[in-house]
Design a protein around this ligand. Structure first.
Ligand code: PLP
Length: 455
């Protein structure tokens, strides 16, 4: 593809992308297909000879788009609803055009320094202390893995060379995300050394049970090393009492990691800012701009006040990567598992500049207000009940006839294609989750979902 052909194809693509946003409500949110449908429709082997770009793009429209669950659809309410907004999408095109790999400062000064600039901007928006060092990973799961590696490095530095000894223990609530257990599995702490602490009536970690579990482990000769508090748990968006958890962590000298992957964005809104109270005392924090801050997946922001520990855990520099740049030249490869790094910060920079803090916080405020309104409709209908406090923009609710009725209703709306919701089992009951997070969602969209469910 020469530059002229690239220009022509690029214009055609951008026209399609603009049309996608303009007519997005014409798409089914969840595809009408059976598993294997796309595999069966595509050849079993790649072509030997070049195919015209036009044909590839036609197949994208004819086969790939109808097989897609449209996460960027305003009526996508499943999991955590996320959205990639146009400025970030255009930045993705530039990222791919530059195709830099900023493992070292000298392998891309722009990639390295833009990551420092955007992590500093975002740190201020989140209200985190100046001394927090920020780095971008792909997902919150990987950010949390790095938090656990740093905690392991702090309390058992020899684990780095000899491997973990099965003695370290990590604590989180029974509502915490599975990425904590996965990280413990991956770094050798072991799944059975993750303690799931019980929660109160609002699904928040109970600090008294946390302290009791730590005491029991110490008596058993174990070595408590890390506690993970969550601001916005996955199933119900509960907020653990971070200040009280931080007190316990300080008493037992544990690493405090805060998983604010979804809830962290709410820190932009002054009336919701208090949910981040105590996070400034954490050793590390993760927040995902790709969840509720308009940035196309994937971009997870990780902050720690101990970059030197992270660096000690990971700095392994082969001779071909040794440089003698001055001390201001940061080499991000020293702070994580991966060597290669995408220029992810560019899309965050575009999003932050194109919207500004006020527009983003306005969107978050709207989403939260609409969630509360939806919950009030559910409460007013005697056939339904809301099953968890509406803290942010998620409503967990169910049909009072039970799990079967709730699941049947959810399947019905998903199969209709007009909206897509996901469920979860909370304290033994199946619930539907309406997660509002897309920048194109309107109050009317939410009203139509309720009308469908009500009828
Ligand atoms: C609270 C929380 N933490 C972590 C994650 C994992 O996020 P990621 O997909 O970025 O790994 C999720 C996913 O929804 C989450 O809700």
């Amino acid at each position: 593809m020469d530059p002229e052909q690239f220009r022509e194809a690029g214009h055609e693509l951008v026209d399609w992308m603009a049309g996608y946003f303009a007519h997005i409500r014409d798409y089914r949110v969840f595809p009408d297909m059976k598993p294997g449908g796309l595999i069966d429709a595509l050849p079993n082997a790649a072509p030997e000879t070049p195919e015209p770009f036009k044909r590839i793009f036609e197949d994208f429209q004819r086969l790939v788009v109808p097989a897609n669950t449209h996460w960027n659809h305003p009526n996508f309410y499943a999991f955590f609803s996320v959205s990639g907004a146009p400025p970030g999408i255009l930045a993705e095109m530039l990222i791919a055009t530059l195709t830099v790999n900023h493992m070292l400062w000298r392998s891309s000064p722009a990639g390295t320094e833009m990551e420092q600039v955007t992590m500093n901007w975002l740190r201020q928006w989140l209200g985190l202390p100046d001394e927090f060092f920020g780095i971008i990973y792909d997902t919150a799961s990987i950010s949390t893995l790095h938090a656990l590696v740093a905690a392991r490095e702090k309390y058992d530095p020899e684990a780095r060379t000899r491997g973990a000894n099965g003695n370290l223990v990590v604590y989180c609530s029974e509502q915490a995300h599975s990425s904590i257990e996965k990280a413990a599995i991956a770094i050798g702490i072991g799944q059975e050394n993750v303690r799931k602490i019980g929660t109160d009536e609002a699904f928040r970690m109970r600090p008294d049970l946390l302290e009791a579990a730590i005491g029991a482990d110490i008596n058993a000769g174990k070595h408590p090393c890390c506690v993970v508090a969550t601001v916005g748990t996955t199933a119900v968006t509960a907020v653990d009492p971070v200040p009280a958890v931080a007190d316990v962590a300080a008493r037992y000298r544990l690493w405090l990691h805060v998983d604010a992957a979804y809830g962290g964005a709410a820190a932009l809104v002054p009336s919701l800012r208090h949910y981040m109270d105590g996070v400034d005392r954490a050793d590390s924090v993760v927040m995902n701009p790709h969840k509720w801050m308009l940035t196309p997946i994937d971009l997870s922001a990780f902050y720690t006040r101990h970059p030197e520990i992270l660096k000690r855990a990971f700095s392994l520099i082969p001779s071909y990567l040794q440089t003698s740049d001055d001390s201001r030249a940061l080499n991000f490869m020293d702070y994580g598992v991966q060597l290669g790094r995408r220029f992810r910060s560019l899309k965050l920079w575009f999003v932050m500049r194109a919207y500004g803090r006020e527009a983003i916080l306005g969107m978050i405020e709207n989403h939260c207000a609409w969630a509360r309104e939806f919950a009030s409709w559910v409460e007013a209908d005697p056939r339904f009940e809301v099953v968890a406090p509406v803290t942010f923009s998620l409503v967990c609710f169910r049909h009072k006839d039970g799990d079967e009725a709730t699941r049947a209703l959810m399947d019905r709306i998903n199969e209709s294609g007009i909206a897509f919701l996901a469920g979860a089992t909370i304290r033994g009951q199946f619930v539907m989750r309406l997660a509002i997070g897309n920048f194109q969602t309107t109050q009317d969209d939410i009203r139509r979902v309720w009308e469908f469910l009500r009828q």
